[in-house]
Every structure is written in structure tokens, then in C-alpha cells.
Write a protein that binds this ligand. Structure first.
Ligand code: GLC
Length: 519
């Protein structure tokens, strides 16, 4: 399938903004989040002409393109870093963070599990928040910042409409703030996440680049608390919206090993969801998502394993309904609209994700057996979502004629765009209906701009909310459990649901994994 056909697919789905994960030249140690040249397209994806064509085709279909900007670090194969390592006196040395020696007592754990410090041939050490192949840039260096702004403006001039800012709250470091500890590694967030001084950097970044016009800037900004929201997404905030991690990371401990499974309840999920919605709606705009390239598939995370095979379509539609009508921009991650679930990895050698590999090593070093470590990887690996897109039932699901870099999904083998397009009640066609309802129906106004409030149904497993403007309102209810629950809510009209509805005026019960939208 060529670019034009894929853009047509997005158009038929109703997508109006396309966020593309990094496609820049990269050794692909971290799925392209290790950029070795911001001005070049990695040959495995195509050429700059392809990129220009993509932007142009998307524009013709009224689809805005936003790019992923990885500004906290580069690849260790970036020319700047190579020169920094080759010559201590090169100006590029200060583009990164080097130390002659490191204090063991303040050894930090990087996000993927190992140390944040790696030694090079001349005996000095460089800092990396993520993998060792991803040295952090030194944002305190003004010349480096100018290089970054130049690059962003170059992309803006190509006609893109915004950016997704990768790991942006890590750019400011305050190493002095780390207290020495001798009991092992310290979470990197203690010194490097949302630190004092970051606002000045983000303000300058905005002024020198996307602040000059209307761009949509969505940031991956961990560490931003409710009290910080005004600075980040308020009227003169740094960004248009930020992603919320509170409920997508509900099953893990921040900075913890994946083998350390966190128990959570629907009640907690509900609380986190509405807490974020209320906080954001007071101040700005939300970026809602269940899945992205860093998450396993959502049906596996939020529902019981035992029910998955019999209910997976219902579950995918239920989750879709739940997040799609929240206040804010809903982000759909490739394949989520098909209801695809996780694959199975039998050995760590089958996994490409650098985080999974680091986590596997960490689990083993913390005493897990191979089986237990693989169990954690199967629960959490980022590769579940990164597998080739399932377009049709040809070899490699029509994704490629060549063998892809990773095995295709081994579990959800009969799912594809082609097959779901034909099936009237497929997850794909359900997503189309949701998008239509939100984007182009007589209810769009309420669903886009209306406020949100939780509706208490006194059922632990039911998440229910209403969206409203003036005297118009729309209700959404989703049963996250397998037991049918009583609701007894009146409906004038059912707008959408994942079960046969009939013409009910009274919604007495909500069935297993049922989702209903009504007025
Ligand atoms: C962000 C990306 C993730 C990547 C990391 C390092 O969290 O979403 O995929 O591994 O940054 O760039």
C-alpha cells in the first residue's frame, strides 16, 4: 500500500490529525527515538521526497501532520556526539553532559533500568536518561539550543502543523539536588524531571519556533503535577496539551521493575481518569489516549485475561467508547481501531524494544526466574503495539513484502483492515461511527466543547459520565466487568452501543463489557 492509499484509509476512518513516530535517520536502538540526523529520513521508511508527498497528500485530504520531536537526547551515532567523544576540546563536548568521574553514591537509574552514566574510551562519563545509545543533550548550552531551533523551523517550513514533544520534561537537570545514597541506584526523575529552570527553556523554545503561529503541540511531559498545569497548558502555557500517564501506567510502579505488578481496581482507574479530566478542563485542553507506542494493547491491560478471547471485540469497543468521548483530543494508536490485543513473546530474543530488554535484565538481577521475567515482558512490552500493522491476510499482513524486523502478531491472526472493513459490526466500523458522532453529527458541539462530569451509578465496575453544554447533555456508560449491573437511567435516544439496543427508553441494565452512549 502506498502513501496515498494509507492517507485514504485515515480519511475514511475520519482521522484529521496524523502524528508520526520518529522517521528520522537512526540506528533504531530505541524505535527511532535515537536520532542520528534530524534532517534525514531513515532509508527503511523512504526518502525526503516521500515525506514531502505525504505532507502534501495529507493536506489535500485536510489531515494535519504532526511530527515527533526528540529533543532530550540524540543517538550516540549523531555527528555531534561522535565529535564530542573524539575530541575533548571540540565545541560539541558541551552539547552533551560529560563528567571526568562519577560519584557512585549518586548513581542514577535510567528509565530503561541500567545506570545513567556510561564511560567512553578517554575515561570520562556521559549522561543518558534513557539507553546508553541515547546521550542527553545539554540544554544549558545556548549554541546547542540554537541548532535545535533551526532544525524545528526547517520542519515547520515544510508545512507540518505541530509536534509531539518527546520526553520534554527531562531537558533540565539539577544534579546538585540528588542526595547521596548508598543503597543502590536513585530514580533519574529525582534530578532530571520537571526541574526548576525548565520554564525558561520551554518559553524560549516556544518563542523561537512554534510560538510564532498556530501549531498544535502535544507534549509527553511526565512529572507535571496538577499544580503545574497552568504553566504547561494554561493560556500562555508552553504547549497545547499534555498526555496523562496516571491511568495508562496504573499497573506499574513509577521507576519500578515490571515484575513488580501493581494491583489496581476499576474504582482507582475511575478516580484517576476524572481527576485528570477535571484538572485539565479548568485550565486547558486534554490529550486522551489508551494506547501508544510505549504501551501494551489496552484490552490486555484493563480486562481480565480469562475473558479476553470470548469478549475481545466488546472490550475494544467499550474502551474505545470510554476514552473517545472524554473531553479533549482522542489519540488512536495504529491497530487500536481494529481491536488488536497483545502477541506472545516466548523468549527475550524475540523482543526488539530496548526498554523490555533492560527490564528483563533488571527482573533477572532482582531474582526473577526466566519464566517470571518473560511473564512481566509479555504483560508490559512496548513491542505489543509496535508490530506490523495488519492491512490484509497476505504475507506479513500486507505490511511489507520483505520480512519485517519483528514477528507479526501471533494471537490476533485473523484481524485486518480488509476483513474489518467488510464486517458491519467490526471494531473498525464502530470506531468510524464514534468518530462520526464526535466530529460531524448534530452532537459534535457537546462532544467536543461540552464540559464533563462523572455520574455515580453506585456500581463499582461501571464508569459513567455526561458531557454537557447549556441544557444539552449526552451520557456515556461503560461496564468494565463481566457481571451485568442495574442502571435504571432514562434515555431519550440511544446514539451508540456495542450490543443490540432496540428502542430502549429506560436503560435498566448494563451487560458484560457493554458501552452505551445516549441522550
Ligand atoms: C519517550 C518515547 C519512548 C522513548 C523515550 C526515549 O518516552 O515515547 O518511546 O523510548 O521517550 O526517547
Amino acid at each position: 500500500m502506498g502513501i496515498a492509499k494509507k492517507i485514504s484509509y485515515l480519511k475514511s476512518l475520519g482521522v484529521n490529525v496524523l502524528w508520526i513516530c520518529p522517521f528520522y535517520q537512526s540506528p533504531m536502538k530505541d524505535n527511532g527515538y535515537d536520532v542520528s540526523d534530524y534532517y534525514a529520513i531513515d532509508p527503511q521508511y523512504g526518502t525526503m521526497e516521500d515525506m514531502d508527498y505525504l505532507i502534501q497528500r495529507a493536506k489535500a485530504e485536510n489531515i494535519k501532520v504532526i511530527l515527533d520531536l526528540v529533543l532530550n537526547h540524540t543517538s550516540d551515532q549523531h555527528l555531534w556526539f561522535k565529535q564530542a567523544c573524539a575530541d575533548k576540546n571540540s565545541k560539541y563536548r558541551d552539547y552533551y553532559i560529560f563528567k571526568d568521574s562519577i560519584d557512585n553514591a549518586a548513581d542514577l537509574r535510567n528509565v530503561f533500568g541500567g545506570s545513567t552514566w556510561t564511560q567512553i574510551a578517554d575515561g570520562s562519563w556521559y549522561f543518558h536518561t534513557f539507553a546508553e545509545e541515547q546521550p542527553d543533550l545539554n540544554w544549558d548550552n545556548p549554541e546547542l539550543r540554537q541548532e535545535i531551533y533551526k532544525m524545528i523551523n526547517w520542519w515547520i517550513d515544510k508545512g507540518i502543523s505541530g509536534f509531539r514533544m518527546d520526553a520534554i520534561t527531562y531537558i533540565k537537570k539539577n544534579f546538585d539536588t540528588i542526595e547521596s545514597q548508598s543503597d543502590g541506584r536513585i530514580d533519574v526523575s529525582k534530578c532530571c524531571l520537571n526541574q526548576p529552570g525548565i520554564d525558561e527553556l520551554l518559553q524560549e523554545l516556544k518563542e523561537q519556533t512554534y510560538g510564532r503561529d498556530e501549531f498544535f503541540i502535544v507534549a509527553e511531559a511526565p512529572g507535571v503535577s496538577e499544580g503545574d498545569l497552568e504553566r504547561y497548558i494554561g493560556e500562555n502555557g508552553h504547549f497545547s496539551a499534555i498526555f496523562d500517564f496516571s491511568y495508562t501506567d496504573i499497573d506499574i510502579f513509577p521507576g519500578g521493575a515490571w515484575s513488580d505488578q501493581r494491583n489496581w481496581s476499576i474504582e482507582e482507574f475511575k478516580q484517576k481518569l476524572f481527576k485528570n479530566q477535571y484538572a485539565v478542563q479548568k485550565i486547558g485542553w486534554a490529550a486522551n489516549y489508551l494506547e501508544n507506542h510505549d504501551q501494551p494493547r489496552s484490552i490486555n491491560k484493563y480486562f481480565s485475561k480469562d475473558q479476553l478471547l470470548s469478549y475481545h471485540e466488546k472490550m475494544a469497543k467499550a474502551l474505545g467508547t470510554l476514552f473517545f468521548f472524554l473531553k479533549g483530543t482522542p489519540f488512536i494508536y495504529q491497530g487500536e481501531e481494529l481491536g488488536i490485543g497483545n502477541t506472545i513473546f516466548r523468549d527475550i530474543s524475540e523482543v526488539d524494544d530496548v526498554n523490555s530488554v533492560g527490564q528483563y535484565a533488571r527482573c533477572i538481577s532482582e531474582g526473577c526466574s526466566h519464566e517470571a521475567a518473560m511473564e512481566a515482558i509479555n504483560r508490559r512490552s512496548r513491542d505489543h503495539a509496535r508490530l506490523p500493522m495488519q492491512w490484509n491476510n497476505e504475507q506479513y499482513y500486507g505490511f511489507s513484502k520483505e520480512k519485517p524486523w519483528i514477528a507479526c502478531n501471533q494471537v490476533y491472526t485473523d484481524i485486518s483492515v480488509e476483513q474489518e472493513t467488510k464486517q458491519a459490526d467490526s471494531v473498525l466500523n464502530y470506531y468510524k461511527r464514534m468518530i462520526h458522532l464526535r466530529q460531524r453529527s448534530e452532537y459534535s458541539d457537546i462532544l467536543i466543547y461540552g464540559d464533563i462530569a462523572e455520574v455515580d451509578t453506585s456500581n463499582e465496575n461501571v464508569i459513567c459520565y455526561r458531557r454537557f453544554t447549556g441544557n444539552k447533555e449526552i451520557y456515556v456508560a461503560v461496564n468494565m466487568g463481566e457481571q451485568s449491573c442495574s442502571l435504571n437511567l432514562e434515555a431519550n435516544e440511544i446514539l451508540l452501543g456495542n450490543y443490540e439496543m432496540g428502542n430502549r427508553k429506560m436503560i435498566q441494565n448494563i451487560r458484560a463489557y457493554e458501552a452505551i452512549v445516549w441522550i
